[in-house]
Design a protein around this ligand. Structure first.
Ligand SMILES: [Zn+2]
Ligand SMILES: [Zn+2]
Ligand SMILES: [Zn+2]
Length: 140
């Protein structure tokens, strides 16, 4: 894991500190988006403000994108490879109503909406709520 995180950090011209390695590792290992508190829980040695600063740098350098899933706390997930120039994360996010996890559906782009005259769109956010594959398999 260390080699993978090191490579990603250096590729994005981020100085690889111990904290940056840790936060990136957590994000790479988790198949769903994480809030600041989720990450803090997983890294018991780190305080929130340090993690927050790390995430902001990652967001600026296009390693992660943040997701407003309506839960009240921003979630963070890894960007995919084509985020090099500007964040290209106009994909749908899925919120599981059962386990409350937020997933990136990278293969599904947010459909283009035609806006009324004089409205200029800047960002778009699309959340689909339901049951994730994990929760879908259980019968209860
Ligand atoms: Zn991105
Ligand atoms: Zn679920
Ligand atoms: Zn996403």
């Amino acid at each position: 894991m260390f080699e993978q995180t090191e490579k990603k950090l250096i590729n994005k011209k981020i100085r690889p500190t111990a904290m940056r390695h840790l936060v990136l590792e957590v994000l790479m290992k988790t198949p769903y988006a994480l809030s600041l508190s989720d990450i803090e829980e997983k890294l018991d040695t780190a305080d929130k403000s340090t993690i927050f600063r790390t995430l902001k740098i990652f967001e600026e350098k296009k390693i992660v994108h943040s997701i407003d899933d309506g839960s009240g706390s921003l979630k963070y997930a890894l960007c995919h490879a084509n985020c090099e120039i500007h964040h290209n994360d106009f994909h749908v996010h899925f919120v599981c109503e059962r386990c409350e996890r937020t997933f990136c559906l990278e293969q599904i782009t947010i459909p283009k909406v035609s806006l009324p005259k004089n409205f200029i769109g800047n960002t778009a956010n699309m959340i689909i709520k339901g049951k994730c594959p994990n929760c879908n398999t259980t019968t209860d």
